[in-house]
Unconditional design. Sequence first.
Length: 338
Amino acid sequence: MQSILVTGGAGYIGSHTCLELIKSGRKPIIFDNFSNASSRAIERMEELAGTEIEVVNGDVRNYEQVSKAIEDYNCEAVIHFAGLKAVGESEVRAMDYHDVNVIGTHVVLRAMKQAGIDKIVFSSSATVYGVPKFLPYTEDHPRNATSTYGQTKLSVEYMLEDVRRSGEIKNVAILRYFNPIGAHSSGRIGEAPNGIPNNLAPYVVQVACGKRDAVNIWGDDYDTPDGTGVRDYIHVVDLAQAHLAALDHLDAGKGAFTVNLGTGNGSSVKEVIAGFEKACGKSIPVSVGPRRAGDIACFYADPSSAEKLLGWTAKLNMDDMCRDQWRWQENNPNGYED
């Protein structure tokens, strides 16, 4: 059974990916410091998978901890999720973001090189593109990240491209996510942000269950069909399955690649809210405010490269995303603290 080190494997996307790894006959080794995850997520994952999951409590910036985990479990590849991920927060914690996201990745790569591991799937982001010069974004769109968070993802992409060219680690998959939402269909695992959610979907469902007063719509005068910002949302299970397809591609010796992961369809803020209203069967209060500095009107992927290279396409639609995320929220109004 192929052992895969999954950094940040207890988190939102990591937990769903670990379940898919188990379904595929692989063995995830979760490496997480639980700074933005709950140990209860592991219990839920084991319940769903019907098996115990190996967990290492460690920090990606700690070379000895990463190396020991790789050696102890004889890992053959790494899926690297671990990192800080809030765009707004990154503007006031720039040093922390570079420390965890960039230096942490460098430590992981050093440990991989030392152990002779030659396969890594990296959790990147469409934020590396910045303001669109054309839409939809293709993988050859110029990269011009406008936030500290985006800059850290871009720095890691450059690092991975360098180590691939140098031949130190050849099999590199860079996956540029668009906007992950949704949850496992069981309602047992999902997104459980600390404090006030930074992203739209978890905020909307917290309003729907009465934890918050109203959804803030920041600007309704964009040049979009209904005036609100348009984004490409992707179900977290589709996203998790893309990581399996990426690993299969590397295992087959087909070489390094970079792909967008999205549906290719944009949904507006109002459309997302309407989707959650349908899912929960009630109206969701909103409050319209002025545009936020730096926000972009439209932001969506051309995911055709992922289909061509990996045979992967997103299968779940906005109704599925809203239904599954609402089921998770309704069953777990306080996340894993219930």
